[in-house]
Design a protein around this ligand. Sequence first.
Ligand SMILES: [Zn+2]
Ligand SMILES: [Zn+2]
Ligand SMILES: [Zn+2]
Length: 133
Amino acid sequence: MSDEEEAPGIESRIPAPDLSCPKCNNLLPNGLGVITCVMCKSQVKVEHEGTRRKWREEKISCPECSKVLVCGVGKRPANLQCASCQVHFVLNPNRPKIEVSCPGCNRKLRMNKRPGEREISCPACETEFKVSF
Ligand SMILES: [Zn+2]
Ligand SMILES: [Zn+2]
Ligand SMILES: [Zn+2]
């Protein structure tokens, strides 16, 4: 299933808290800092020290040499360099996944949870349907 573009690098395992837009009550994109609501375009400031700390302490494996590194950076994406093999890579934000059932065949489809309405075509039975979060 093709989805949003992926920057070279690896995905963080720690998501920011799930929050709703205070204006329109739709789900905000996952992240910290100034987040733009995809539905009403209002800008919402999201801060969560606990998440920043977990991000700094997150342990990741270097995509090149598999050495375990401590991220040390309290933001995502984070530009990192492996202390062992010196490779540069990006630690991308975690993208929460969600499961939806296809109304045609009941198959469970896993996808990135992203605010707004999306059209989905089931890979098994080709039923097209819409989901919104
Ligand atoms: Zn909104
Ligand atoms: Zn490395
Ligand atoms: Zn289906």
